[in-house]
Design a binder for this molecule. Structure first.
Ligand SMILES: Nc1ncnc2c1ncn2[C@@H]1O[C@H](COP(=O)(O)OP(=O)(O)OP(=O)(O)O)[C@@H](O)[C@H]1O
Ligand SMILES: [Mg+2]
Length: 469
């Protein structure tokens, strides 16, 4: 149930430029948010490996279990959050995130993990000065991405972030710039009287949104991570007399307003989408399942897999008109008598028979009716499970076989008649595909991932079967 769970509102602080104040912004913003509303759960984690978050928030002697690496390895986020200093929850940093880049293949992975994280309130994410796959993940998961800019080069660099959003077709409106490390002493002549005004004018000119607030450069703030205790002190507690304090309070106020104005954070929307996707998969599975023939087409017995029968093959007409399962013995007998012309009196443990059976379990078969002036034939193909072609033979399609005395209805004819019906002599392009399945769980082949694999195989086979000769 979507409504009962917690979905975090996600704030990502990111810029490709190093040293623009990202980490200072992320960590202090978390503290100001909490100070403005102590009932609001606020948590933070960093994709950087400098452990600033840990140094700032861990409580002395606190035992920690798990890191952001575990978050990426699918541990629910809520289980990784440690309540730290100032009431901020933090996920411990990791020094070997770069080893995990292989498993973070898509830029939407974090969005999914946060959607399922059950983390309440606001989550702040600090990123590395890089647009690597982790930063991309943090940006795409964000309800609000804050991009600090301190000068023209860092402003120019923003272009890459905006381009990333444009490429993915994502709305730019979650992105907003904030001038940081602004030196108030620098004044210009002309309309842009100072750094922040100049940066804002350029940003707006390029179509980038900017926060009303900016963050000044302050020697006091700069000194907060240089002290005999080796600690990093917050602006709120140790630089309360600076302008920066007021600026952070104002920024936090703005962000809380945005947070409260967001009824459905991205994590919630993403979770709803994930659930809809699950439902869709289930529905197509059941649709495929309910389209199956209820009896084995070869022997007519219920294809239930019960009563000692073993279902071992799935079949499907390529145009989707029929699908179902074959009992293992029925299909083997068809192969033996009608395809490979083996003696039906061979002992069960005859080596020829055993080899034929083993090969059949590793094969995909095609039966294709082909009509020409003189009647209908059946083109038979054997492929391996990767769609590599191994054998092609053509058989006349006759209803009866055997001499006048032992007339028997041909199994091959029955099969073709059952699957193609009246279209038997006019179905260009259609064929019957037979694929082995797991005896324990034959219907698993119709589940989303497996069926997608089968569809790919079908495409490969279709190209080869229908290729003009
Ligand atoms: N408002 C400020 N006034 C003065 N110095 C600041 C201010 N904000 C940050 N600094 C200092 O600037 C330096 C860089 O800040 P910070 O580490 O937050 O930047 P960053 O963008 O996270 O860097 P990196 O890209 O290396 O992660 C630090 O020494 C920090 O103390
Ligand atoms: Mg940093």
């Amino acid at each position: 149930m979507v409504g009962m769970q917690s979905y975090p509102y996600v704030i990502t602080v990111s810029s490709e430029k190093g040293g623009v104040g990202k980490t200072t912004l992320a960590t202090n913003l978390a503290i100001y948010l909490k100070a403005l509303d102590e009932n609001l759960p606020v948590s933070i984690f960093s994709f950087d490996n400098h452990f600033t978050v840990d140094r700032m928030f861990e409580i002395r002697g606190q035992r920690t279990t798990g890191t952001v690496a575990d978050l990426l390895l699918e541990t629910p986020g809520r289980d990784l959050i440690h309540t730290g200093q100032y009431g901020i929850g933090y996920i411990p940093s990791s020094s070997n995130l770069s080893d995990l880049k292989d498993i973070v293949k898509t830029p939407m992975m974090l969005a999914r993990l946060l959607a399922l994280s059950r983390i309440p309130g606001i989550v702040v994410i600090d990123t590395r000065p890089d647009l690597d796959i982790l930063t991309q993940n943090a940006l795409f998961a964000a309800d609000r991405a804050i991009i600090p800019v301190k000068d023209m080069p860092s402003l120019e660099n923003c272009r890459n972030i905006f381009a990333l959003f444009d490429q993915r077709g994502l709305d730019r409106k979650s992105l907003a710039l904030i001038p940081c490390l602004v030196d108030e002493r620098i004044k210009f002549d002309g309309p842009f009287a100072d750094q922040k005004t100049l940066l804002k004018a350029y940003a707006i000119n390029r179509g980038y949104r900017c926060f009303e607030t900016y963050i000044s450069k302050s020697p006091k703030v700069e000194s907060l991570n240089t002290n005999p205790d080796g600690k990093i002190y917050p602006i709120l507690t140790h630089a309360k007399l600076t302008e920066v304090h007021g600026q952070f309070a104002q920024l936090a106020q703005t962000i809380i307003g945005e947070y409260r104005g967001t009824a459905e954070p991205r994590a919630l929307l993403f979770h709803q989408w994930l659930q809809a996707e699950e439902e869709r998969k289930k529905e197509s599975f059941f649709a495929r399942l309910s389209g199956l023939k209820s009896e084995c087409l070869l022997c007519g017995r219920p294809a239930s897999g019960q009563g000692g029968d073993r279902i071992s093959f799935y079949f499907e007409v390529s145009d989707g008109s029929a699908a179902g399962f074959f009992d293992e013995e029925c299909f083997f007998r068809l192969l033996m008598t009608n395809v490979y012309n083996l003696d039906t009196n061979l002992a069960d443990d005859d080596p020829t028979l055993l080899i034929m059976r083993d090969a059949a379990r590793e094969s995909t078969f095609v039966f294709r009716p082909v009509s020409n002036g003189s009647g209908t034939t059946v083109e038979f193909h054997r492929f391996d499970l990767d769609g590599v072609h191994h054998l092609k033979k053509t058989y006349p399609l006759r209803e009866f076989e055997g001499g006048m005395l032992r007339r028997e209805r041909s199994r091959l004819f029955s099969l073709m008649a059952e699957t193609f019906g009246s279209r038997l002599d006019g179905t260009p392009g259609s064929f019957l595909l037979v694929h082995p399945v797991h005896q324990e769980k034959p219907e698993a082949i119709l589940q989303e991932e497996n069926y997608r694999g089968l569809t790919r195989l079908k495409q490969r086979i279709t190209q080869q079967v229908l290729r003009p000769t």
